[in-house]
Design a protein around this ligand. Structure first.
Ligand SMILES: Cc1cc2nc3c(=O)[nH]c(=O)nc-3n(C[C@H](O)[C@H](O)[C@H](O)COP(=O)(O)OP(=O)(O)OC[C@H]3O[C@@H](n4cnc5c(N)ncnc54)[C@H](O)[C@@H]3O)c2cc1C
Length: 351
Protein backbone atom coordinates (compact mmCIF):
# COMPACT_ATOMS: atom_id res chain seq x y z
CA UNK A 1 0.00 0.00 0.00
CA UNK A 2 1.28 3.44 -1.00
CA UNK A 3 0.16 6.69 0.67
CA UNK A 4 1.05 10.13 -0.67
CA UNK A 5 1.02 12.96 1.88
CA UNK A 6 1.00 16.52 0.55
CA UNK A 7 2.39 18.91 3.18
CA UNK A 8 5.39 18.31 5.45
CA UNK A 9 3.88 20.01 8.51
CA UNK A 10 3.01 18.57 11.91
CA UNK A 11 -0.38 17.19 10.79
CA UNK A 12 1.06 14.88 8.16
CA UNK A 13 4.02 14.07 10.46
CA UNK A 14 1.55 12.83 13.09
CA UNK A 15 -0.61 11.03 10.52
CA UNK A 16 2.55 9.33 9.18
CA UNK A 17 3.69 8.01 12.53
CA UNK A 18 0.19 6.83 13.46
CA UNK A 19 -0.15 5.02 10.10
CA UNK A 20 3.32 3.46 10.46
CA UNK A 21 2.56 2.22 13.98
CA UNK A 22 -0.79 0.79 12.94
CA UNK A 23 0.07 -0.73 9.55
CA UNK A 24 3.75 -1.64 9.93
CA UNK A 25 6.67 -1.71 7.52
CA UNK A 26 4.73 -2.67 4.38
CA UNK A 27 3.17 0.77 4.07
CA UNK A 28 5.06 3.12 1.74
CA UNK A 29 4.69 6.76 2.89
CA UNK A 30 5.72 9.44 0.38
CA UNK A 31 5.67 13.14 1.38
CA UNK A 32 5.74 16.17 -0.96
CA UNK A 33 6.10 19.80 0.15
CA UNK A 34 6.65 22.98 -1.82
CA UNK A 35 8.99 24.36 0.83
CA UNK A 36 12.75 23.71 1.02
CA UNK A 37 12.34 22.64 4.65
CA UNK A 38 10.28 20.26 6.75
CA UNK A 39 7.94 21.83 9.34
CA UNK A 40 5.28 23.96 7.65
CA UNK A 41 4.12 26.48 10.22
CA UNK A 42 6.33 24.72 12.79
CA UNK A 43 9.46 25.90 11.07
CA UNK A 44 12.95 26.74 12.28
CA UNK A 45 15.06 29.21 10.36
CA UNK A 46 18.87 29.25 10.36
CA UNK A 47 21.48 31.97 9.93
CA UNK A 48 24.15 31.33 7.27
CA UNK A 49 26.68 28.47 7.28
CA UNK A 50 29.18 30.83 8.96
CA UNK A 51 26.92 30.98 12.04
CA UNK A 52 25.41 27.48 12.09
CA UNK A 53 24.34 27.47 15.74
CA UNK A 54 22.19 30.57 15.32
CA UNK A 55 18.55 29.71 14.64
CA UNK A 56 15.03 30.67 15.62
CA UNK A 57 11.46 29.44 15.45
CA UNK A 58 9.68 31.57 12.87
CA UNK A 59 6.11 30.31 13.34
CA UNK A 60 4.93 28.16 16.26
CA UNK A 61 6.87 28.94 19.43
CA UNK A 62 6.14 26.22 21.97
CA UNK A 63 3.84 23.26 22.59
CA UNK A 64 1.09 23.48 25.18
CA UNK A 65 -0.21 20.51 27.12
CA UNK A 66 -3.60 20.88 28.75
CA UNK A 67 -3.15 18.91 31.97
CA UNK A 68 -6.53 17.21 31.78
CA UNK A 69 -6.00 15.98 28.19
CA UNK A 70 -5.20 12.27 28.52
CA UNK A 71 -5.15 11.71 24.73
CA UNK A 72 -2.23 14.03 24.15
CA UNK A 73 -0.23 13.42 27.35
CA UNK A 74 1.49 10.33 25.98
CA UNK A 75 2.63 12.22 22.87
CA UNK A 76 4.21 14.88 25.07
CA UNK A 77 5.80 12.24 27.34
CA UNK A 78 7.41 10.52 24.35
CA UNK A 79 8.90 13.83 23.15
CA UNK A 80 10.18 14.58 26.68
CA UNK A 81 11.69 11.09 27.07
CA UNK A 82 13.52 11.41 23.74
CA UNK A 83 14.80 14.93 24.62
CA UNK A 84 12.90 16.57 21.76
CA UNK A 85 11.10 19.01 24.08
CA UNK A 86 11.69 20.38 27.56
CA UNK A 87 9.79 22.56 30.00
CA UNK A 88 9.50 26.24 29.10
CA UNK A 89 10.96 28.23 31.99
CA UNK A 90 8.31 30.66 33.25
CA UNK A 91 10.87 33.18 34.52
CA UNK A 92 11.44 36.48 32.71
CA UNK A 93 8.33 36.35 30.58
CA UNK A 94 6.25 39.51 30.27
CA UNK A 95 2.55 39.53 29.52
CA UNK A 96 1.91 35.79 29.11
CA UNK A 97 -1.47 34.74 30.44
CA UNK A 98 -0.94 32.55 33.50
CA UNK A 99 -2.86 29.32 33.16
CA UNK A 100 -2.17 26.72 35.81
CA UNK A 101 -4.10 24.13 33.81
CA UNK A 102 -1.52 24.26 30.99
CA UNK A 103 2.17 23.37 30.69
CA UNK A 104 4.35 24.79 27.90
CA UNK A 105 7.28 23.00 26.30
CA UNK A 106 10.03 24.36 24.10
CA UNK A 107 12.15 22.44 21.57
CA UNK A 108 15.91 22.83 22.24
CA UNK A 109 16.79 22.00 18.61
CA UNK A 110 14.05 24.23 17.21
CA UNK A 111 10.34 23.54 16.80
CA UNK A 112 10.85 21.89 13.38
CA UNK A 113 12.74 19.10 15.19
CA UNK A 114 9.36 17.94 16.56
CA UNK A 115 8.03 17.53 13.02
CA UNK A 116 11.25 15.82 11.85
CA UNK A 117 11.07 13.47 14.85
CA UNK A 118 7.80 11.98 13.64
CA UNK A 119 8.70 11.88 9.95
CA UNK A 120 12.03 10.19 10.77
CA UNK A 121 10.38 7.59 12.99
CA UNK A 122 7.74 6.95 10.34
CA UNK A 123 10.55 6.38 7.79
CA UNK A 124 8.82 8.44 5.11
CA UNK A 125 10.29 9.24 1.71
CA UNK A 126 10.61 13.04 1.89
CA UNK A 127 10.43 15.15 -1.30
CA UNK A 128 10.93 18.89 -0.71
CA UNK A 129 10.71 21.84 -3.14
CA UNK A 130 7.80 20.11 -4.92
CA UNK A 131 4.91 22.51 -5.44
CA UNK A 132 1.92 20.32 -6.22
CA UNK A 133 -0.49 21.92 -8.66
CA UNK A 134 -2.60 18.94 -9.79
CA UNK A 135 -4.23 15.91 -8.19
CA UNK A 136 -5.91 13.76 -10.83
CA UNK A 137 -7.57 10.40 -11.10
CA UNK A 138 -5.27 8.02 -12.98
CA UNK A 139 -6.39 6.63 -16.36
CA UNK A 140 -7.39 3.34 -14.69
CA UNK A 141 -9.31 5.39 -12.05
CA UNK A 142 -7.93 3.29 -9.18
CA UNK A 143 -5.28 5.81 -8.07
CA UNK A 144 -4.68 9.52 -7.72
CA UNK A 145 -1.66 11.02 -9.42
CA UNK A 146 0.08 14.15 -8.15
CA UNK A 147 1.97 16.61 -10.35
CA UNK A 148 3.81 19.89 -10.31
CA UNK A 149 3.30 22.36 -13.17
CA UNK A 150 6.23 20.63 -14.92
CA UNK A 151 5.89 16.90 -14.30
CA UNK A 152 3.83 14.06 -12.91
CA UNK A 153 5.55 12.94 -9.70
CA UNK A 154 3.78 9.90 -8.34
CA UNK A 155 0.51 8.03 -7.91
CA UNK A 156 -1.11 6.10 -5.07
CA UNK A 157 -4.36 4.56 -3.82
CA UNK A 158 -4.43 7.09 -0.97
CA UNK A 159 -3.59 10.80 -1.00
CA UNK A 160 -3.77 12.98 2.14
CA UNK A 161 -3.63 16.77 1.69
CA UNK A 162 -2.88 19.08 4.67
CA UNK A 163 -2.54 22.28 2.63
CA UNK A 164 -4.66 25.09 4.24
CA UNK A 165 -8.12 25.14 2.53
CA UNK A 166 -7.82 28.66 1.03
CA UNK A 167 -4.74 27.38 -0.82
CA UNK A 168 -6.45 24.10 -1.76
CA UNK A 169 -9.21 26.14 -3.41
CA UNK A 170 -6.88 28.45 -5.33
CA UNK A 171 -3.80 26.31 -6.05
CA UNK A 172 -4.89 22.71 -6.61
CA UNK A 173 -6.34 21.82 -10.00
CA UNK A 174 -7.59 18.66 -11.70
CA UNK A 175 -9.86 15.99 -10.19
CA UNK A 176 -9.48 17.40 -6.67
CA UNK A 177 -10.96 20.74 -7.81
CA UNK A 178 -13.77 18.93 -9.65
CA UNK A 179 -14.60 16.76 -6.63
CA UNK A 180 -14.85 19.86 -4.44
CA UNK A 181 -16.93 21.68 -7.08
CA UNK A 182 -19.31 18.69 -7.29
CA UNK A 183 -19.84 18.53 -3.53
CA UNK A 184 -21.62 21.76 -2.67
CA UNK A 185 -21.68 21.12 1.08
CA UNK A 186 -17.92 20.49 1.27
CA UNK A 187 -17.20 23.46 -1.01
CA UNK A 188 -19.33 25.81 1.14
CA UNK A 189 -17.66 24.57 4.31
CA UNK A 190 -14.15 24.91 2.85
CA UNK A 191 -15.05 28.46 1.83
CA UNK A 192 -15.90 29.23 5.45
CA UNK A 193 -12.41 28.39 6.75
CA UNK A 194 -10.59 31.60 7.67
CA UNK A 195 -7.05 32.27 8.83
CA UNK A 196 -5.39 35.19 10.59
CA UNK A 197 -2.30 36.71 8.95
CA UNK A 198 0.92 37.84 10.62
CA UNK A 199 4.41 38.89 9.72
CA UNK A 200 7.47 37.62 11.52
CA UNK A 201 10.93 39.13 11.56
CA UNK A 202 13.94 37.14 12.75
CA UNK A 203 17.18 38.84 13.80
CA UNK A 204 20.28 36.62 13.86
CA UNK A 205 23.33 37.80 15.82
CA UNK A 206 26.99 36.83 15.39
CA UNK A 207 28.70 35.00 18.31
CA UNK A 208 30.55 38.25 19.17
CA UNK A 209 27.31 39.75 20.52
CA UNK A 210 27.18 38.39 24.05
CA UNK A 211 23.95 40.02 25.27
CA UNK A 212 20.82 41.54 23.77
CA UNK A 213 20.45 43.85 26.84
CA UNK A 214 16.88 42.78 27.56
CA UNK A 215 15.56 41.88 31.04
CA UNK A 216 13.08 39.37 29.52
CA UNK A 217 13.18 36.20 27.41
CA UNK A 218 9.68 36.47 26.00
CA UNK A 219 7.47 39.51 25.80
CA UNK A 220 3.76 39.54 24.88
CA UNK A 221 3.35 43.19 23.88
CA UNK A 222 0.05 44.79 24.90
CA UNK A 223 -1.90 46.49 22.10
CA UNK A 224 -1.66 49.77 24.04
CA UNK A 225 2.14 49.56 24.01
CA UNK A 226 2.63 49.10 20.27
CA UNK A 227 0.44 49.19 17.14
CA UNK A 228 2.47 46.54 15.29
CA UNK A 229 4.39 44.16 17.56
CA UNK A 230 2.57 41.51 19.61
CA UNK A 231 5.22 38.97 20.51
CA UNK A 232 8.98 39.13 20.98
CA UNK A 233 11.34 36.39 22.12
CA UNK A 234 15.06 35.99 22.54
CA UNK A 235 14.73 32.66 20.83
CA UNK A 236 17.86 30.93 22.19
CA UNK A 237 16.88 31.98 25.75
CA UNK A 238 13.33 30.68 25.13
CA UNK A 239 15.01 27.35 24.34
CA UNK A 240 16.85 27.56 27.72
CA UNK A 241 20.16 28.43 26.04
CA UNK A 242 21.53 31.66 27.39
CA UNK A 243 24.88 31.82 25.56
CA UNK A 244 25.65 33.29 22.14
CA UNK A 245 24.78 33.17 19.33
CA UNK A 246 21.62 35.10 20.15
CA UNK A 247 18.53 35.42 17.97
CA UNK A 248 15.35 37.42 18.30
CA UNK A 249 11.95 36.67 16.78
CA UNK A 250 9.12 39.20 16.48
CA UNK A 251 5.51 38.56 15.46
CA UNK A 252 3.18 41.34 14.45
CA UNK A 253 -0.41 41.68 15.62
CA UNK A 254 -3.19 40.03 13.63
CA UNK A 255 -4.61 43.51 12.80
CA UNK A 256 -1.27 44.62 11.36
CA UNK A 257 -1.01 41.31 9.44
CA UNK A 258 -4.50 41.73 7.98
CA UNK A 259 -3.82 45.32 6.92
CA UNK A 260 -0.70 44.37 4.93
CA UNK A 261 -1.54 40.76 3.98
CA UNK A 262 -1.11 41.45 0.27
CA UNK A 263 2.08 43.55 0.53
CA UNK A 264 5.54 42.15 -0.19
CA UNK A 265 7.13 40.61 2.92
CA UNK A 266 10.43 42.47 2.48
CA UNK A 267 8.78 45.90 2.32
CA UNK A 268 6.72 45.23 5.45
CA UNK A 269 9.57 43.29 7.08
CA UNK A 270 11.87 46.35 6.85
CA UNK A 271 9.19 48.46 8.55
CA UNK A 272 8.67 45.88 11.28
CA UNK A 273 12.44 45.65 11.83
CA UNK A 274 12.58 49.42 12.42
CA UNK A 275 9.61 49.17 14.81
CA UNK A 276 11.54 46.53 16.78
CA UNK A 277 14.58 48.82 17.15
CA UNK A 278 12.33 51.76 18.11
CA UNK A 279 10.51 49.68 20.71
CA UNK A 280 13.77 48.18 22.05
CA UNK A 281 16.34 51.01 21.76
CA UNK A 282 19.01 49.02 23.69
CA UNK A 283 18.84 46.09 21.25
CA UNK A 284 22.18 45.75 19.36
CA UNK A 285 21.89 46.65 15.68
CA UNK A 286 24.92 44.57 14.59
CA UNK A 287 22.93 41.62 13.21
CA UNK A 288 24.52 39.00 10.99
CA UNK A 289 21.26 38.32 9.17
CA UNK A 290 17.58 39.30 9.06
CA UNK A 291 14.78 37.09 7.73
CA UNK A 292 11.22 38.11 6.99
CA UNK A 293 8.23 35.85 6.72
CA UNK A 294 4.64 36.55 5.81
CA UNK A 295 2.25 34.07 7.40
CA UNK A 296 -0.70 34.75 5.15
CA UNK A 297 -2.29 31.62 6.61
CA UNK A 298 -1.14 31.83 10.21
CA UNK A 299 -3.73 30.43 12.62
CA UNK A 300 -7.24 29.20 11.96
CA UNK A 301 -9.79 31.75 13.18
CA UNK A 302 -12.75 29.91 11.66
CA UNK A 303 -12.29 26.20 11.25
CA UNK A 304 -14.14 23.78 9.00
CA UNK A 305 -17.61 23.55 10.57
CA UNK A 306 -17.87 20.41 12.74
CA UNK A 307 -14.60 19.32 14.34
CA UNK A 308 -14.09 16.25 12.16
CA UNK A 309 -10.31 15.80 12.03
CA UNK A 310 -10.51 15.41 8.25
CA UNK A 311 -12.84 15.31 5.25
CA UNK A 312 -12.97 12.37 2.85
CA UNK A 313 -13.40 13.77 -0.67
CA UNK A 314 -13.43 10.37 -2.35
CA UNK A 315 -13.28 6.83 -1.00
CA UNK A 316 -11.88 4.58 -3.71
CA UNK A 317 -9.23 5.69 -4.50
CA UNK A 318 -8.98 7.64 -1.28
CA UNK A 319 -8.54 11.41 -1.22
CA UNK A 320 -8.56 13.09 2.19
CA UNK A 321 -8.26 16.71 3.33
CA UNK A 322 -6.74 17.11 6.80
CA UNK A 323 -4.65 19.57 8.87
CA UNK A 324 -5.42 22.09 11.57
CA UNK A 325 -8.38 23.61 9.70
CA UNK A 326 -10.27 20.40 10.51
CA UNK A 327 -8.97 20.27 14.10
CA UNK A 328 -10.96 23.12 15.61
CA UNK A 329 -7.84 25.03 16.70
CA UNK A 330 -4.34 25.84 15.47
CA UNK A 331 -2.09 24.12 17.96
CA UNK A 332 -0.17 20.90 18.54
CA UNK A 333 -2.76 19.27 20.80
CA UNK A 334 -5.56 19.89 18.31
CA UNK A 335 -3.35 18.52 15.49
CA UNK A 336 -2.73 15.33 17.52
CA UNK A 337 -6.45 14.79 18.10
CA UNK A 338 -7.24 15.49 14.43
CA UNK A 339 -4.49 13.11 13.24
CA UNK A 340 -5.90 10.33 15.44
CA UNK A 341 -9.37 10.91 13.98
CA UNK A 342 -7.96 11.00 10.45
CA UNK A 343 -6.14 7.68 10.82
CA UNK A 344 -9.24 6.09 12.38
CA UNK A 345 -11.39 7.27 9.51
CA UNK A 346 -9.09 6.34 6.64
CA UNK A 347 -8.06 3.04 8.24
CA UNK A 348 -11.58 1.77 7.70
CA UNK A 349 -11.39 2.79 4.04
CA UNK A 350 -8.00 1.28 3.15
CA UNK A 351 -8.26 -1.29 0.39
C1 LIG B 1 3.10 32.70 13.76
C2 LIG B 1 2.54 31.41 14.27
C3 LIG B 1 2.61 31.09 15.64
C4 LIG B 1 2.09 29.90 16.10
N1 LIG B 1 2.25 29.56 17.42
C5 LIG B 1 1.94 28.31 17.84
C6 LIG B 1 2.36 27.84 19.12
O1 LIG B 1 3.05 28.54 19.86
N2 LIG B 1 1.98 26.58 19.48
C7 LIG B 1 1.27 25.75 18.65
O2 LIG B 1 0.99 24.59 19.03
N3 LIG B 1 0.90 26.16 17.42
C8 LIG B 1 1.22 27.40 16.99
N4 LIG B 1 0.90 27.81 15.73
C9 LIG B 1 0.00 26.96 14.91
C10 LIG B 1 0.73 25.74 14.35
O3 LIG B 1 1.96 26.11 13.79
C11 LIG B 1 -0.18 25.09 13.30
O4 LIG B 1 -1.44 24.77 13.88
C12 LIG B 1 0.41 23.79 12.76
O5 LIG B 1 1.78 23.94 12.48
C13 LIG B 1 -0.39 23.37 11.51
O6 LIG B 1 0.23 22.25 10.94
P1 LIG B 1 -0.35 21.59 9.60
O7 LIG B 1 0.55 20.47 9.28
O8 LIG B 1 -1.80 21.34 9.74
O9 LIG B 1 -0.21 22.74 8.49
P2 LIG B 1 1.15 23.42 7.90
O10 LIG B 1 2.20 23.43 8.93
O11 LIG B 1 0.71 24.71 7.32
O12 LIG B 1 1.54 22.39 6.75
C14 LIG B 1 1.05 22.48 5.45
C15 LIG B 1 2.22 22.27 4.49
O13 LIG B 1 1.71 22.23 3.16
C16 LIG B 1 2.69 22.79 2.31
N5 LIG B 1 2.03 23.18 1.06
C17 LIG B 1 1.10 24.16 0.89
N6 LIG B 1 0.69 24.17 -0.41
C18 LIG B 1 1.38 23.18 -1.06
C19 LIG B 1 1.41 22.71 -2.39
N7 LIG B 1 0.62 23.24 -3.33
N8 LIG B 1 2.27 21.70 -2.71
C20 LIG B 1 3.07 21.14 -1.75
N9 LIG B 1 3.07 21.56 -0.46
C21 LIG B 1 2.25 22.54 -0.11
C22 LIG B 1 3.24 23.96 3.11
O14 LIG B 1 4.53 24.33 2.63
C23 LIG B 1 3.26 23.38 4.52
O15 LIG B 1 4.52 22.82 4.82
C24 LIG B 1 1.44 28.99 15.21
C25 LIG B 1 1.39 29.29 13.85
C26 LIG B 1 1.95 30.47 13.37
C27 LIG B 1 1.95 30.74 11.89
Amino acid sequence: MRVILIGAGISNALISILLRRQYGADLKLVVFDKSKNVGGRMTTSYDSEENPHCFLDTGAQYLTLTKSNSTTTKFFQELIDDNVIELLDKENIIGMRDNTNKINYTAPRGIASVVRYYFDQAAVEMNLSKHITNIDLSASKDKFSVSTSKEKLDEAETVIVTVPPPQILTDLKGSIAQLIEDNKEVKDKLDQVKFSSRFSVGLFYPPSITSLNMPWRMYYVDKNENDCLRYLAIDNAKRNKNDPPFSLIAHTSVEFGAKYAEVDKTIIGEQVKEKIFQFLPKLPREVSNVKYHKWKYSQVIQSYPDKLGCVVLKENPLLVLAGDSFAGESNFEACIEAAIETVKKIGGLFK
